[in-house]
Design a protein around this ligand. Structure first.
Ligand code: NA7
Length: 317
């Protein structure tokens, strides 16, 4: 079993700006925006929201991560509940459905406030439709408005302001977030009821996961034949199969560079959520099931925090 080193944590460069921002002509909303969760995605998003003139109040479980945002002009609060009190619209962007629910229903969570007074809660963490429905109902029962706004894209696409926003729920919240979405995304879709955006996001993740495992297996076979992976990628680039993502991921596999753009643990979480969704519908998804097993095994080999392209390591065994 190889010794696996954790990928280096990339520090957020508070001074970097996506090239696209200058062309977008953003007029910031005058509302106060709360932000819960300053991981890689959350940090990148908040940095750009501050830069484009939005008033932002932040909270993160590991409080140290808030410091650069204080220096950049954000206010920091001690609990999620405090953020909700201080903001009109509150975004949440944490790792998984459990974390997303904890922030709403847990101690010092959003619903401790009892009356949300028509404030808006926007869930950006990748979650399943059932979790989103539960969160949305909790928020509505406390007189709040709810929007699921799933962010589709890699960490680099977030840094470039090139995410795709998939939204469902309260349309008035969607409109109120216009200047924020315009800051961070190249496209924004309103898909109707709560749950729809989560479904679409997870369907897109299914395509991604299955494609990566196919690519990894094919490149591993080439490697066994001692065929240059760079040659395969160059030829692939000339075919009608080529896609920017598969080319980029193929190059990462060839180099063994698994800098986490789409962490492998997130990909496996998404496949698990997809399979749970399918289970409830008796929908057969044999290829996705096997894909999930491949990602699970790669996690066990120590590649949780690497990029999803690290599935190549497992395929080579
Ligand atoms: P990261 O960089 O792994 O960051 C995860 C964030 O989630 C980070 O702020 C964590 O806080 C936070 N987190 C995780 N679990 C919890 C719980 N239980 N309670 C509170 N906060 C929590 O992920 P990304 O930023 O790349 O991605 C975030 C989401 O965007 C994810 O759903 C993607 O699919 C889309 P910490 O700093 O560890 O204290």
């Amino acid at each position: 079993r190889p010794v696996v080193t954790r990928p280096e944590t990339q520090a957020i460069d508070m001074n970097s700006r996506s090239n696209t921002l200058a062309d977008r002509d953003i007029v910031p909303s005058e509302q106060t925006f709360g932000f819960l969760g300053l991981g890689m995605m959350g940090s990148t998003i908040v940095k750009d929201l501050i830069y484009t003139g939005h008033k932002v109040v932040v909270w993160n479980r590991t409080i140290d991560k808030c410091q650069p945002f204080v220096e950049a002009g954000a206010e920091v609060k001690d609990t999620p509940m405090d953020v909700v009190e201080a903001a009109d619209v509150i975004f949440c962007c944490v790792s998984d459905p459990k974390g997303a629910k904890d922030l709403v229903f847990g101690n010092c969570g959003v619903l401790q406030l009892k009356d949300l007074n028509n404030k808006a809660y926007v869930e950006m963490s990748t979650i399943d439709p059932e979790t989103s429905t539960d969160i949305g109902e909790g928020i509505k029962q406390c007189n709040g408005r709810y929007l699921e706004a799933q962010i589709h894209g890699s960490r680099q696409e977030a840094a470039d302001g090139m995410l795709i926003i998939l939204a469902g729920g309260d349309r008035s919240v969607f409109e109120e977030c216009h200047s924020c979405f315009k800051t961070i995304a190249k496209n924004t879709f309103f898909l109707g009821n709560v749950g729809n955006a989560c479904k679409v996001n997870l369907i897109l993740q299914t395509i991604l996961g299955v494609s990566l495992v196919g690519l990894a297996e094919a490149l591993a076979l080439a490697d066994r034949f001692s065929i240059s992976l760079n040659d395969i990628i160059d030829i692939f680039d000339l075919t009608s199969m080529k896609s920017p993502l598969l080319l980029a991921k193929g190059k990462e596999m060839a180099k063994g560079d698994f800098n986490p753009q789409q962490p492998l643990s997130h990909m496996q979480r998404d496949l698990r959520l997809v399979l749970n969704m399918a289970e409830n519908l008796d929908q057969s998804m044999p290829v996705t099931s096997i894909t999930n097993e491949v990602f699970k095994h790669t996690k066990r080999l120590g590649y949780s925090e690497h990029d999803s392209s690290a599935v190549f390591v497992r395929s080579r065994f």
